[in-house]
Design a protein around this ligand. Structure first.
Ligand SMILES: [Zn+2]
Ligand SMILES: [Zn+2]
Length: 337
């Protein structure tokens, strides 16, 4: 059952403020480890899980993403002027819905499919076989649907694989832009705040979940994790990630050990919680890396589907997007007409 727990929020920010520290706005996706760590976490979560086969397949897919990201071909990137123009307008410089995609990502998708053919379960083989025959035009139409959150015309069977290739493409672009700008410090910052605090500052996508981070100068500050490019951007824990309201944010989690006197305290200490907002009726999962060091937003979101079922039963709408598992009618991305 779901247990609502009252927890004290803001402590991390309060401590940081008292210490005079400043919270970095962005945590960059690490191209050398991002997908490998996701694969490792998925394997860990898969053991004995009701969705074991699915999670193992997702682990293989993340491992293939890791391999293909390391070999990503050179593609056009926004130049320093384009970054400046986007910053002036307060919009993301690599917008998921508008960026002119280079066809290189089709080759990455075919490589992912080839990597998976041997290990994939029998039920997935026809989907993989189909992806070997589709043309570029079809793939671009699927990408349009995925990146603009339009379910009509979206092929749900192939969507996770198409999305996986697009994730590799966007992580590559974000990492390559950051690397290029760091070599030319006078070129300014690659990415920064945009007008819409609820959207990814690099690509404008919705978050999959949020994660608290500790270590170094961080003391539990909360970051939203982009569903497409894996950039993480800071948002205060007291704020609803959908409407930015602060009045009615609460937390729910699965009561793992059943109902007894300790269930409320266990719920308050859960590594994955649903952060709910009564003002706008939405929720987003929050993952606590201080409670579970290997927690990973995409992987842990997939493994806690039961929490979505419990929370959506109360009438709340899911704000997070997980491109590996699309369900329901997604809302248009923030800022869309
Ligand atoms: Zn993004
Ligand atoms: Zn809200």
């Amino acid at each position: 059952m779901a247990v609502t727990a009252t927890v004290r929020v803001m402590s991390a920010e309060e401590i940081a403020a008292k210490a005079g520290g400043e919270t970095p706005f962005l945590q960059l996706p690490q191209r050398a480890t991002l997908f490998a760590e996701r694969a490792m976490r998925l394997r860990q979560l898969a053991r004995g899980h009701a969705m074991e086969d699915f999670l193992v397949f997702m682990a293989d897919l993340a491992q293939a993403q890791h391999t293909r990201l390391a070999q990503f071909p050179e593609v056009p990137l926004p130049d320093a002027d384009a970054l400046d123009r986007a910053a002036e307008r307060g919009v993301p410089p690599l917008p998921a819905s508008e960026w002119p995609r280079d066809a290189a990502w089709h080759g990455v998708l075919r490589a992912l499919v080839a990597d998976l053919r041997e290990k994939a379960p029998a039920g997935t083989q026809p989907t993989l076989a189909r992806l070997e025959t589709v043309d570029g035009e079809w793939l671009e139409r699927q990408a349009d649907c995925l990146l603009t959150c339009v379910m009509e015309g979206l092929d749900l069977a192939t969507a996770p694989l198409v999305a996986a290739a697009l994730q590799v493409y966007w992580v590559h672009m974000v990492a390559a832009v950051v690397q290029r700008q760091s070599r030319h410090p006078q070129g300014g910052q690659a990415f920064g705040r945009i007008d819409d605090a609820t959207a990814c500052p690099c690509c404008g996508s919705r978050p999959v979940a949020s994660i608290t981070r500790s270590g170094g100068e961080l003391m539990g500050q909360r970051y939203l994790h982009c569903s497409l490019c894996s950039m993480q951007w800071h948002m205060l824990r007291i704020q609803c990630t959908h409407c930015l309201g602060t009045k009615h944010v609460a937390y729910q989690s699965l009561d793992l050990a059943g109902a007894d006197d300790d269930s409320a305290s266990r719920a308050a200490g859960a590594a994955v919680q649903a952060e709910t907002c009564d003002d706008c009726g939405h929720y987003l999962k929050i993952m606590h890396s201080d409670r579970e060091p290997f927690v990973e937003p995409v992987a842990d979101d997939l493994a806690t589907l039961t929490l979505d079922l419990l929370v959506s039963d109360t009438g709340l709408k899911r704000h997070g997007v997980n491109l590996m598992l699309l369900f329901g009618e997604p809302e248009p991305p923030p800022g869309a007409p």
